[in-house]
Design a protein around this ligand. Structure first.
Ligand code: 5GP
Ligand code: MG
Ligand code: MG
Length: 179
């Protein structure tokens, strides 16, 4: 039994992911030249994308990570609890959030408010995947790898029950696995 058996469709191949990371990296290079941005990855889903994206950014950047989770029972409010905060101040820094996927938008919406409150010079988002069908709050996402239709995907950092993060591609999980 391999992990591939649990996947019904490959949504993004390894090759496609790399070509998206490359074109996003090139745009970010242009936009952030000499700005020394702080790239903030949201744990744990963004780990692989962060690793690939920064290979294609050809100007100085720093990286850091945050871990947040939604307050249980108040899902719809979009309140987030900080599990791990940044190691440094964001004051007067250009912040670029690095996300695996944007779904309802609630997580980023809440964190962006926090980072703006901490007086960042600018705040933008880069995400590999966007599922606009599920959006509940408006978030302004400057850099999107690709839009995908509704459906639960795993791999390339994204999990189901902490599993499947190690798949090198993005795949649709067979419904019988999570139902
Ligand atoms: P939201 O935008 O709804 O606040 O939260 C986005 C987060 O929910 C993502 O960073 C990811 O952790 C999780 N998520 C949303 N859609 C999916 C999906 O299709 N598959 C997986 N594995 N996680 C998802
Ligand atoms: Mg995430
Ligand atoms: Mg998850």
């Amino acid at each position: 039994m391999t992990l591939r058996n649990d996947i019904s469709d490959i949504v993004l191949s390894e090759e496609k992911i790399i070509s998206l990371a490359k074109s996003l990296g090139e745009k970010i290079t242009e936009d952030y030249k000499d700005k020394n941005p702080l790239l903030v990855g949201l744990l744990k889903g963004s780990i692989m994308f962060m690793g690939d994206l920064i290979k294609y950014i050809d100007t100085h950047v720093e990286i850091d990570f945050m871990d947040v989770s939604s307050y249980s029972g108040t899902k719809s409010s979009g309140d987030v609890k900080i599990i791990k905060d940044l190691n440094q101040s964001v004051e007067d820094r250009h912040i670029l959030f690095v996300e695996d996927i944007i779904d309802t938008g609630q997580t980023l919406n809440a964190i962006i408010d926090l980072i703006e409150y901490r007086k960042a010079a600018s705040v933008e988002i880069v995400t590999l995947l966007d599922k606009p069908a599920n959006r509940k709050v408006d978030v302004d996402v400057k850099y999107v790898g690709t839009e995908i239709p509704d459906g639960f995907v795993v791999g390339y950092g994204l999990d189901f029950d902490e599993k499947y993060r190690n798949l090198p591609y993005i795949g649709l999980l067979k419904p019988e696995i999570y139902q």
